[in-house]
Design a binder for this molecule. Structure first.
Ligand code: CTP
Ligand code: MG
Length: 223
């Protein structure tokens, strides 16, 4: 199976609040997005990475990924969904069997994650890693709790999310609203998406403290 990964790096990191996008920041001396790319490649199943980046920053990101098997970076859009669509358009000619969509802001993946996702595509058109919700969930408005939401059967979706290429392409073409992940689009099309175990070390860098946590998680590997 030919697998290509989209490395989603076209966001501006407004919640993080740094001068440059969070995926460019150094983590143990290497950009966050380079960690993410290397993690995708570690299982040896991904043939190439297609970085989707802010318009005008193609060369800058290409340099950060120097030496890795990457296709030329393409410019993303205003929303994550538009950025994924830009990546899928650029892949149309290559027409891989499977595509992984991964947040460049997730620098750590346990070994075997990509292997398990690709394996799941033999039986499902899509597969994602997800962690069970552990906090008690409240629905609220105006600063007051309305009710408690039962957390049984609820998961936090992570990336990389894996799809048969044709299924994801079609789901994006049919999308009628903005989604924050790609699995939602397959769900909307009524296609089954496998839920695989995620990992607490698969940290998404959203706020500055997440970068500190990521560093703490990676440091033991250096010792
Ligand atoms: N992303 C993207 N294109 C966008 C928005 C987001 O490629 N228009 C990417 C980000 O670069 C990130 C991933 O999607 O790697 C997850 O998005 P998120 O964590 O929300 O990052 P940002 O949108 O950059 O951050 P914020 O929402 O705080 O601005
Ligand atoms: Mg965002």
């Amino acid at each position: 199976m030919r697998v290509i990964a989209l490395l989603m790096a076209a966001g501006s990191g407004t919640r993080f609040g740094a001068a440059s996008p969070k995926q460019y920041l150094p983590l143990l001396g290497r950009p966050v997005l380079r960690h993410a790319a290397e993690a995708l490649l570690a299982d040896g199943l991904v043939e190439a990475i297609l970085p989707v980046v802010p318009a005008g920053q193609e060369a800058q990101v290409g340099a950060m990924l120097d030496g890795l098997p990457c296709l030329p970076p393409v410019a993303g859009g205003d929303s994550r969904q538009q950025s994924v669509q830009a990546g899928l358009r650029a892949l149309a000619a290559a027409a891989p069997d499977a595509v992984l969509v991964h947040d460049a802001a997730r620098p750590i993946l346990p070994a075997g994650t990509v292997t398990a996702l690709v394996e799941a595509l033999k039986t499902h058109p899509g597969a994602i890693p997800a962690q069970p919700v552990t906090d008690t969930l409240k629905a609220g408005s105006g600063g007051v709790i309305d009710r408690t939401v039962p957390r049984a059967g609820l998961f936090r979706a992570q990336t990389p999310q894996a799809f048969r290429f044709a299924a994801l392409l079609q789901a994006h073409r049919d999308a009628t609203s903005e989604a924050t992940d790609d699995a939602s689009l397959l769900e909307a099309a009524g296609l089954p998406v496998a839920l695989l175990p995620g990992s607490e070390s698969n940290i998404k860098v959203t706020y500055p403290e997440d970068l500190v946590r990521a560093e703490a998680a990676l440091l033991p590997r250096l010792l």
